[in-house]
Design a binder for this molecule. Structure first.
Ligand code: URP
Ligand code: ZN
Ligand code: ZN
Length: 476
């Protein structure tokens, strides 16, 4: 199957050109001018942007919680991903207490088989026991070298510093990376229970019990432990300016440290928790929304290369599920959707406002997630030999976000009413047209399970760098 994309503005993380791009049998076969191709399909991309398919490094599909599963399974979540220009996702394997990570990973592979985008997993050690080191080793051998730890949620999946130390040490020894949800779990629990005991149970107290300081303290702690254990560390969903200070300081000292933020922390304000019910409940996510100083700091950190990726933390629930906690914010399932809107939001509120160059957009949207998580250069790049995962973005149309038209199964959206510019015209995934003129193609094949390379081969292993000059964060 040959697809020729003509006259598009091809944007990569390092530059751009107007050129043709030829796809042959699932791979990018040529990029150049006036390519002669004998293609079965030709797409005229004049006036459009041609970008690498997005890689969302942080999504929670079919996540079990006490309020039921998150709204999207791998099928609906992957349709939403495709419709927004994302062709690869990294989800999570979360064992139940006492279950081995390898067993949980195998079960998760079955659940994900209906995905239409390519997929892989971070695996979560939710406890430290005598089998954990062997399980970590086995997961890495199986092609899953990143491990997600939670410093919050102590009553369910969170681990203490002692366990975190051992996890980091073992992961580092075996060529893996730790990714961390950084919030001081015990301090949060104390504050949550205190507010509840005073009858302060509205959604706003979710935010007030998770102040920026609790995130920053946990970020600092995780950085210190990663340094002690010589473990490469990726901090997920950074929301607070105070956290960014610690991240910059560690990176300047030469520690291999990678950080992610999400569109919700770049765009939404904590004042939304002052809305009345049910509106306020939609925004109960962890960490919570912050203030404009935090958002400005996050945009700057992206531009300075201190924050390298923008994931979505897609974890939507229905309004009914959220309303379980209308009288007690502690019962509200944490999370919100966004997998479909990452590109539109970054383009409209980043590229078009001058906050992001197009190359930086591509970098945080696709290239850096691929590099950091061992998928590069197969994924995240427009280059000869790479997988033909391609988004053709029409920058000339206006749109708006609404739960009435998004593809997630959730009936709410934290971006409801947002006006956006640009939309996905075509998505090519592994050489197949998955979105055709804005419409999902029929009979799409399943996505592929991606086994990933360990940090030993990606170069993202622990090595102190001389950062006296410009900071490069161990990028390869
Ligand atoms: O509120 C959130 N972010 N829910 C999903 C789980 C997590 O903490 O990433
Ligand atoms: Zn988290
Ligand atoms: Zn998450």
């Amino acid at each position: 199957m040959r697809i020729l994309i003509t006259k598009g503005r091809i944007v990569t993380s390092v530059g751009e050109q107007i050129a043709d791009l030829l796809v042959v049998d699932g791979k990018i076969a040529a990029i150049g001018n006036q390519l002669e191709a004998n293609a079965e399909t030709t797409i005229n991309a004049q006036g459009m942007l041609v970008l690498p398919g997005g890689i969302d490094p942080h999504v929670h599909l079919h996540l079990p919680t006490p309020a039921g599963f998150s709204s999207d399974d791998f099928h609906s979540g992957s349709i939403a991903a495709l419709m927004g220009g994302t062709t690869t996702i990294i989800d999570f394997v979360t064992p139940s207490r006492g279950q081995s990570m390898v067993e949980a990973l195998k079960a998760r592979l079955d659940e994900a088989a209906c995905s239409l985008v390519d997929y892989t997993f971070h695996v979560s050690p939710i406890e430290w026991n005598k089998n954990t080191p062997k399980e970590i080793e086995e997961c890495i051998e199986m092609g899953f070298p990143s491990f997600k730890v939670y410093m919050a949620y102590k009553s369910s999946v969170g681990i203490d510093d002692n366990a975190l130390y051992h996890v980091m040490h073992t992961v580092a020894q075996n060529g893996g990376m730790v990714t961390a949800h950084c919030e001081m779990g015990d301090d949060i629990d104390t504050l949550r229970d205190f507010y509840a005991s005073q009858g302060l149970t509205a959604p706003k107290y979710h935010m007030l019990s998770r102040p920026p300081r609790f995130e920053a303290l946990a970020v600092k702690r995780a950085i210190d432990l990663a340094d002690q254990t010589q473990c490469p560390l990726y901090i997920v969903h950074v929301s607070a300016a105070e956290s960014v200070k610690h991240i910059i300081q560690a990176q300047k000292s030469g520690q291999p440290l990678y950080a992610e933020t999400c569109p919700q922390y770049l765009l939404l304000d904590e004042a939304l928790y002052d809305s009345s019910l049910p509106e306020a409940i939609k925004y109960v996510i962890s960490p919570p929304l912050r203030q404009s100083i935090d958002r400005d700091t996050l945009w700057n950190a992206i531009n300075n290369g201190n924050i390298l990726t923008v994931g979505t933390d897609h974890c939507p629930f229905s309004l009914e599920q959220k309303m379980v906690g209308k009288d007690d914010f502690r019962k509200i399932p944490n999370g919100a959707g966004g997998i479909e809107h990452r590109l539109a939001l970054l383009y409209t509120f980043g590229a078009l406002t001058g906050k992001l160059s197009l190359s930086k957009l591509v970098d945080v949207f696709a290239t850096q997630p691929a590099k950091i998580f061992g998928l590069y250069p197969q994924k995240g790049e427009l280059a000869i030999g790479a997988d033909a995962d391609i988004v053709i973005w029409n920058p000339n149309v206006k749109g708006s976000i609404s739960s009435s038209k998004h593809h997630s199964k959730s009936d709410i959206s934290i971006y409801e009413g947002f006006e956006t510019t640009g939309e996905v015209a075509f998505v090519i995934k592994n050489g197949i047209i998955a979105v055709d003129n804005g419409k999902l193609s029929e009979n799409l094949p399943s996505g592929q399970l991606l086994k990933r390379r360990s940090t030993k081969t990606t170069g993202h292993y622990y090595k102190r760098m001389d950062n006296s000059g410009s900071y490069n964060c161990g990028r390869v």
